[in-house]
Ligand binder design. Structure first.
Ligand SMILES: [Zn+2]
Length: 346
């Protein structure tokens, strides 16, 4: 039986216009939506987003910050952070980006879908409770995870962040929380330069923050090895009830910001891994939300691979058994550092 896959899309996400030369441009979604229409129109279920509510936004963001975002309404150009300019209708897109992820969550929990990919912008994983940054306004997945915890009482939500930049704000939101385990692979030489090995959480959340700084020379076999070893253990031992993916595609070799050496095939194998691991924990729903990815061709090709795996109906290929010196070093370091917490290494 074909898997039911949801896609959140809406033309209003393109009304956030950070400027003609800004890499986080509306064309990113244009190229994704075009790819969808061409290759997946009959095999996905479209979900129309609704705006998040104020109550939902306030699960993460301060009232003063939400007010600040609302004050940009109707103004052609406001700079929230040096890298994060916004336009007259950005606030609508930003509320809708959070709301789209929440709508996807509701559809997943209603059992209507196996997985959902939220093709939203602005992205979210750098948006702090009271501050925009890194092209992000509201923390789309952060709000959705808090909502799942508060409204539905979920106790084990895994957030995988494979964007090449560290999701500093996702880390920050759940740093003292053992109900959300944040696992990120990223290159620390880029913005926001956080996400070091030793940032493993605090208090109740100690050990529930897993940072995997990767080298800039990262290749497909390295990332496959790292995720097979680390993500495999995390899912099998910790048994998440929900799996979120901060799905950035800027680790692609053609990406102008990421500049590591992954190809689109890496995302095929990573997605297959997430799907198989989710099958092993009673089919934990998978919610992916778009983060980075700035080369239009690389972005569309990578997401095509992701959707190809999710919508594929036949027998799946075995994930290649690769060897990787760079990957082995990352795995060994993470294992030795996290051993003392006994959450997923035991
Ligand atoms: Zn990124």
């Amino acid at each position: 039986m074909a898997l039911k896959i949801g896609i959140v899309r809406d033309p209003r996400y393109m009304d956030h216009k950070p400027g003609l030369v800004h890499p986080e441009s509306p064309n990113r979604l244009r190229s994704l939506y075009r790819m969808l229409d061409k290759d997946f129109n009959d095999s996905v279920i479209y979900i129309e987003p609704e705006s998040a509510t104020l109550e939902q936004l306030e699960l993460v963001h301060t009232p003063a910050y939400i007010k600040q975002i609302m004050s940009t309404a109707g103004r052609d150009f406001t700079t929230l952070a040096p890298d994060t300019p916004v336009s007259a209708n950005t606030y609508i897109a930003a509320w809708l980006a959070v709301g789209g992820c929440i709508k996807a969550l509701e559809a997943l929990l209603a059992g209507q879908l196996r997985a959902c990919f939220c093709m939203v912008r602005p992205p979210g994983h750098h948006a702090l409770a009271d501050r925009a940054g890194g092209f992000c306004i509201f923390n789309n997945l952060g709000v959705t995870a808090k909502y799942a915890v508060e409204k539905y009482g979920y106790k084990r939500i895994l957030i995988i962040d494979w964007d090449i930049h560290h999701g500093n704000a996702l880390q920050d939101l759940f740093y003292r929380d053992n109900r959300v385990l944040y696992l990120s692979s990223h290159y620390m030489g880029w913005y926001p330069h956080t996400g070091d090995w030793e940032e493993t959480g605090e208090g109740e959340g100690l050990g529930y923050n897993v940072n995997l700084p990767v080298p800039k020379e990262l290749e497909d076999n390295d990332i496959i090895h790292i995720y097979r070893e680390i993500l495999g253990r995390v899912v099998r031992r910790w048994k998440p009830e929900l799996i979120f993916v901060a799905a950035g595609f800027d680790a692609h070799e053609k990406d102008p910001l990421g500049r590591t050496r992954l190809t689109e095939k890496a995302y095929l194998w990573l997605t297959q891994m997430v799907l198989q691991l989710s099958d092993s924990v009673r089919g934990a729903p998978i919610l992916m939300a778009l983060e980075g990815g700035y080369d239009l061709w690389a972005l569309a090709s990578s997401v095509r691979e992701v959707l190809g795996v999710l919508t594929f109906q036949g027998r799946r290929d075995r994930i290649p058994l690769v060897s990787s010196r760079r990957g082995s070093e990352v795995v060994a370091r993470a294992m030795s550092l996290h051993e003392k917490y006994g959450i997923w290494t035991a």
